[in-house]
Design a protein around this ligand. Structure first.
Ligand SMILES: Cc1cc2nc3c(=O)[nH]c(=O)nc-3n(C[C@H](O)[C@H](O)[C@H](O)COP(=O)(O)O)c2cc1C
Length: 288
């Protein structure tokens, strides 16, 4: 079963992938997609923390880009290709109004000509079957994807990951399985299912090439016996990467927030969330 570790900005970051490398390998993810990197003129993606050459990645990493400027995307892809990356992904799913109203992220679904140019650029630079797209069922309504797929059908993509929600739904509410299945039927590219999929992964949904998993994997980490040691390692790597205790503490809290409903963490969470230093946080993580 093909399972992919989802990009979760602020969570499945480079330091996370280093600290939880064993768990990511044990989960047999075939690749992990980075949280998005902005493709704008003049930005060197190799300077981005996500693509820092320090340390090894547990599974092959796929840089994900967000943007609407094909020339900027071309420059970014040339740079990463020169550095040895052989895959890349385009974010067509970010639901935040600030992003989508500028026709980036999920907003690009509203501008098929630009989507076509971005995709054409991706395939041209990375090669046939090496560029992928991650998108929603639509921005406002779940049928919108059906008018976008004919654009993508013209290109030989690795696959299209479809988060079975609209952008308006953000990250909650029901996934629309009927609309998802209609998208599978309308795509000549392979489709990866995404949205509330459980970890450990179950059999892939019929007609799909695999599943992308985000939050259920992160929640699973909170159930591990050695989680206290893993957190300590994550803290250490994050402090080094972010050059300070405070930003690292923010990251630790963001991660632990996924565990607040788990037995054990439910009682720790109120203490964790008010901790003022990484030291306080790690002590609170060992409470009870
Ligand atoms: C905090 C957070 C950050 C996210 N960041 C990204 C991102 O950078 N790029 C992206 O394509 N999707 C991003 N997503 C969406 C996830 O990759 C995924 O599509 C979504 O969480 C549904 O999958 P899940 O239910 O398995 O978590 C993010 C989601 C969350 C909750």
């Amino acid at each position: 079963m093909t399972a992919i570790l989802a990009p979760l900005r602020g969570v499945t970051v480079k330091s996370f992938r280093a600290a939880f490398a064993r768990e990511i390998k044990a989960a047999r993810f075939c690749e992990s997609v980075t949280p998005f990197i902005t493709a704008v003129q003049g930005y060197d993606p190799l300077k981005d923390r996500e693509l820092s050459s320090e340390g090894e990645e547990p599974v092959p990493v796929v840089p994900q880009f967000i943007g609407k400027d094909p020339a900027a995307l071309e420059h970014c892809l040339e740079r990463i290709k020169d550095a040895g990356y052989d895959r890349a992904d385009l974010n067509c799913g970010c639901p935040f109004p600030m992003v989508r109203k500028k026709f980036r992220g999920s907003g690009i679904m509203k501008t098929p000509d630009i989507l076509a140019k971005m995709t054409e650029t991706g395939v041209k630079i990375m090669g046939k079957g090496r560029f992928s797209v991650k998108m929603r069922l639509g921005v406002d309504s779940p049928g919108e994807i059906l008018s976008v797929l004919p654009v993508l059908n013209r290109f030989p993509l690795k696959w299209i990951t479809v988060h079975a929600r609209t952008a308006k739904q953000m990250y909650s509410g029901e996934c629309d399985m009927a609309a998802f299945d209609a998208a599978v039927a309308a795509s000549s590219n392979k489709i990866i299912y995404n949205g509330d999929a459980p970890f450990p992964p179950e059999t892939a949904r019929s007609g799909t090439a695999g599943t992308m998993i985000g939050r259920s994997f992160v929640i699973h980490l909170g159930t591990l016996e050695n989680i206290r040691d893993l957190l300590e390692r994550y803290a250490e790597i994050s402090i080094r990467e972010l050059c300070g205790d405070r930003p690292a503490l923010g990251r630790l809290k963001e991660l632990a927030a996924y565990w607040k409903e788990l037995p054990g963490w439910k009682r720790r969470w109120p203490v964790l969330k008010i901790s003022r230093t990484v030291g306080e946080f790690l002590s609170a993580a060992s409470l009870f």
